[in-house]
Write a protein that binds this ligand. Structure first.
Ligand code: FES
Length: 358
């Protein structure tokens, strides 16, 4: 099972007035474990104000390059992002799990691909890794990027993107959209809504027949771009999306004891992890498996608890569960019996979860 490791912060700098980029030193002995595909993310943990906080951040650097780099947008009231921007310093340690995530590009030096990318705000973080890795690794491939922000000042990785454009002037097309700043060309003003995505495609993709698209941003933007690309003839399998800020269901706030009283029904959960087996009982209604396990002193892997990052992915070896939300698993994983434990509730008296199955 993947575990958290202590990594040292080797660089930290303001990226924009409300975002930071952080370099994490990966010791030589851990580098194979921290190998990654462009587009993947890292679960990160820190103790802030006495509380253990976990978040998931996409990697902005490219495979084989150390330190690993992540970009963090400071969210208003966001405990972890504020800590990262205001308190974290070079030499500090963060607990970091090896990279993970279905959203990635498969680099193939023989390919001559034509790729589209849509990013909004900090959604550029995995996208810049994908673009750079692709342009460096596929000598005949081209990328067109549409990147939406409020203004130039709030645009993360803008200098890196211009530097990439200078390196690959014929193979990278950059299109910045600003919603709160006047643009020379009106088409580049406003938000990435359905009309805008169609206009951009018509205007900037003349003679460019994209074969794959990568999208990263809020849920609504992903839904819009996906719908338009589908209507333009893109196959579902050619559209890759990474969500952040996915609409989350309200967390269960009903105390476990009350939930038990509500139905009186309990299930026994067996957990297989690193070859060991443990079990605990939980109410079939109320908290999801990850929270119910924590209540019994059993720590199961998690990061976002929102059904997005898939850090809590496990295999149902016996029994059945229902999931509240799933943004992190592919249909084939569901078919094979994988679930997100942070979203799962038992449907049978006994459930056996196998964390060792990959
Ligand atoms: S912890 Fe992120 S999907 Fe469950």
């Amino acid at each position: 099972m993947r575990q958290y490791h202590s990594l040292t912060v080797s660089q930290i700098s303001a990226e924009t007035p409300d975002s930071v980029r952080i370099g994490l030193d990966v010791p030589a002995a851990l580098r194979s474990e921290f190998d990654f595909l462009p587009g993947q993310h890292l679960p990160v943990e820190a103790t802030v104000g006495g509380k253990n906080l976990r978040r998931t951040y996409s990697i902005s650097s490219v495979p084989g390059e150390w330190p690993l780099e992540i970009g963090i947008r400071v969210q208003p009231g966001g405990a972890f992002s504020t800590f990262a921007a205001e308190e974290l310093k070079v030499g500090d340690q963060l607990q970091v799990m090896p990279p993970f995530g279905r959203f990635h590009a498969d680099i193939d030096a023989q390919k001559a691909g034509s790729y589209l990318a849509f990013a909004a705000g900090s959604g550029i973080t995995p996208i810049i890794s994908i673009i750079r890795a692709t342009l460096e690794g596929e000598a005949s491939s081209r990328f067109v990027l549409f990147y939406g922000n409020r203004s130039q000042q709030s645009t993360m990785f803008i200098d890196d993107l211009f530097a990439l454009k200078n390196r690959f002037p014929d193979r990278l097309q950059l299109n910045f959209l600003f919603s709160r700043e006047e643009q020379e060309f009106p088409i580049l003003g406003g938000r990435l809504d359905a009309t805008k995505v169609r206009e951009l495609h018509e205007h900037f993709c003349v003679g460019f027949k994209p074969t794959e698209a990568f999208i990263c941003g809020p849920d609504t933007m992903i839904a819009t771009v996906t719908e338009v690309l589908s209507s333009l003839g893109f196959d579902d399998s050619a559209i890759h999306a990474e969500r952040f800020g996915a609409a989350r269901k309200p967390r269960v706030t009903q105390p476990l004891a009350e939930a038990t009283v509500a139905t009186g029904k309990q299930a026994e959960i067996f957990v297989i992890m690193d070859g060991h087996r443990k079990s605990f009982k939980m109410p079939v209604e109320g908290a999801a498996i990850v929270d119910a396990a924590a209540d019994k002193g059993i720590e199961l892997p998690y990061s976002c608890k929102g059904g997005v990052c898939a850090t809590c992915r496990t295999h149902v070896r016996e029994g059945e569960v229902r999931m509240d939300t799933n943004y992190g698993l592919e249909p084939w994983e569901i078919e094979k019996g994988f679930v997100l434990a942070c979203q799962s509730h038992p449907l049978t008296d006994t459930v056996v979860l196998d964390y060792d199955k990959t």
